[in-house]
Design a protein around this ligand. Structure first.
Ligand code: ZN
Length: 121
């Protein structure tokens, strides 16, 4: 690992972890185009969540977009199918890999720009 350190370190930059961003909200996932890999501790089933899409859904429903709150609402679909038990508290990591299948709808370009500007002011 001898990557050049850019002059402007990315948000939440951690030494030795280039390109790692400390992200706490789904909005930040949308901003930095990061997705969340959620892995069930029970059956190891792993799925990539469309975090930016879920951010917009939360925004519209007035729900908290904190990743912690979002993850609390999840349970493993595979465990539930198999045993009817809602296995919660999956392991969560960020990834730049896109989820399989269609993405959730996001805001239109104008709305997105307005929201980004609102965050900066
Ligand atoms: Zn599971």
């Amino acid at each position: 690992m001898c990557g050049k350190v850019s002059r402007e370190p990315p948000y939440g930059w951690v030494p030795g972890k280039e390109n790692y961003r400390s992200i706490r909200t789904l909005f930040e996932c949308a901003l930095y185009k990061r997705y969340l890999r959620v892995t069930c501790w029970q059956c190891k089933y792993s799925v990539i969540m469309d975090a930016p899409g879920h951010w917009w859904r939360c925004e519209q429903k007035g729900l908290s977009d904190s990743i912690a709150a979002f993850v609390r609402r999840l349970h493993c679909s595979q465990c539930f199918k198999r045993s009817g038990i809602k296995v919660r508290q999956p392991k969560v990591g960020q990834t730049s890999e896109e989820p399989k299948g269609p993405l959730l709808p996001g805001p239109d370009h104008y709305t997105w720009k307005r929201i980004v500007n609102r965050q900066r002011s």
